[in-house]
Design a protein around this ligand. Structure first.
Ligand SMILES: *Cc1c(COP(=O)(O)O)cnc(C)c1O
Length: 461
């Protein structure tokens, strides 16, 4: 299996696709053939999470099975639940709990695996990699937890000073490992992202300091996410005896949803994928109208989905345009110039027969948290509440509904308090951070200052 770019760039190996993150032509990597595992599926239904992960990832990653098994063992060792991603019944609904990792959000599932995978490739080649990431919350702490202590890897996280919740900041700054640095910039999240881009676009600097990225366009992150779809769907089939499942996915960057599409291509019995967004609804609007049009970013209760341009959308576009890379380039250029692109479709037909979509605003999110807690005694975080709200509205009668449960509610105490009027949940992992010494460097939001820091912290390649 080779990896190709959505913009037509040449085929590369799995290893190159993972280490480079973004293709050199600006496109995203995809395998040249999407694997189909229908023939093996019945046998997979009885596997535990780790064994299933080996089978699923083995279809995409040409790694020695023993090596892959070891990487999966390391990538799941920090999870607090024996099943890694258990399914819970919440009244008539099922949720797939993806928050049992070290930072209590679903990004741990991919980033815990990514650290050991990078380390494996670097050890083989004797190279180093220095990762830069801008974060507005969950990604930074999950990336830090994923690469702390990994040999050959360093990570610099940039975040806007004073804009994260104290909890989110503590999750990042209390990590003591020497290969991790946190930079609090006196600016906005957009400033942080722009500075990361500036440093990456300085190709000489990027090559000299072996800079890499961990954002959600990295192929290995998607790969790790395909596993829990297959696992969760099997568990719901066990519990209900149904033949297929509908899955609701709270999404911003479309990463989680694209992993679901890969699971469908593998053969997982998923009859409907439901895209759930907050008021930043570019994806919901696209699947209702066929028009992908950027709007202003609005602050919501589910900040990890406050995104207007979904970085993984380009992969979907590539599949929809039947692998026509020239057409992808043209559409993406159109979008870059005008903030809008449109797909042709037959009148009266859905944009995608497999995908339904909707948005859930702040009032709706609060009501879902309140009502689900009052009725079933189960507390949802605001991201998952968006998924549940839209999932219930857009499901078809018949197949059971599984909602991806992307964060532990104790990470978002302000939203829980607004919804229920009470402080209902704590988590020992978060409580343990109180009083720990934090470590961060405060800098102006100035590319030159960050560049000087990175040059010192990240040894030349
Ligand atoms: C990142 C995140 C999401 C959205 O994930 P996408 O990759 O944008 O689909 C949803 N919920 C939580 C808690 C997150 O951290």
């Amino acid at each position: 299996m080779r990896y190709i770019s959505t913009r037509g760039g040449g085929a590369v190996s799995f290893e190159t696709a993972v280490l480079e993150g973004l293709a050199r032509d600006g496109g995203l990597f995809l395998p040249n053939i999407l694997p189909d595992a229908r023939a093996a599926l019945a046998a997979w239904a009885r596997l535990d999470y780790r064994a299933l992960a080996g089978e699923v990832m083995g279809r995409f990653a040409p790694l020695d099975p023993g090596v892959l098994r070891d990487l999966i063992a390391r990538g799941t060792a920090a999870f607090r639940h024996r099943e890694i991603a258990p399914v819970a019944a919440v009244g008539p609904l099922f949720v797939l709990e993806l928050f049992h990792g070290p930072t209590l959000a679903f990004k741990d599932i991919a980033l815990q695996f990514l650290g050991p995978l990078f380390e494996h490739f670097l050890a083989r080649s004797g190279k180093r990699l220095n990762l830069l990431a801008a974060t507005s919350g969950d990604t930074g702490s999950a990336a830090i937890a994923g690469v702390r202590g990994c040999r050959g890897l360093r990570l610099v996280v940039l975040y806007p000073e004073g804009r994260l919740s104290p909890l989110q900041e503590r999750q990042m700054t209390t990590v003591a490992d020497a290969n991790v640095a946190t930079l609090a910039l006196r600016g906005s999240f957009d400033d942080c992202q722009a500075i990361v881009k500036t440093l990456f676009n300085d190709l000489a600097f990027r090559d000299r300091h072996a800079l890499g990225a961990v954002n959600s366009i990295n192929w290995a992150r998607l790969l790790a996410q395909v596993v829990y779809y297959v696992y969760g769907v099997f568990r719901v089939l066990d519990l209900t005896g149904a033949a297929a499942v509908q899955v609701a996915v709270p999404t911003g960057n479309f990463g989680d949803l694209f992993a679901g599409l890969l699971a469908v291509r593998l053969g997982a019995p998923i009859s409907r994928l439901i895209v759930a967004t907050n008021e930043n609804d570019i994806l919901a609007r696209f699947f209702e109208t066929g028009i992908y049009a950027r709007g202003p970013v609005r602050a919501s209760l589910s900040p990890s989905m406050d995104i207007q341009v979904a970085s993984n959308f380009e992969r979907y576009l590539y599949l929809r345009l039947n692998g026509d890379a020239a057409a992808v380039r043209a559409r993406m250029a159109e979008f870059a110039a005008s903030g809008r692109l449109a797909l042709e479709r037959d009148p009266g037909q859905p944009v995608d027969p497999l995908i339904a979509a909707g948005a859930c605003d702040t009032a709706g999110t609060l009501e879902v948290i309140r009502e689900v807690h009052a009725r079933y005694g189960y507390l949802l975080d605001p991201h998952t509440a968006v998924g549940v709200g839209v999932g219930r509205r857009r499901q078809r009668p018949g197949d059971p509904l599984l909602c991806l449960d992307t964060a532990h509610p104790a990470k978002f105490p302000a939203a829980v308090r607004r919804a229920t009027g009470r402080d209902l949940d704590r988590h020992p992992v978060l409580d343990a951070l109180r009083g720990l010494p934090g470590r961060r460097t405060v800098l102006p939001a100035d590319p030159a200052a960050v560049r000087a820091f990175v040059a010192r912290f990240c040894p030349a390649a």
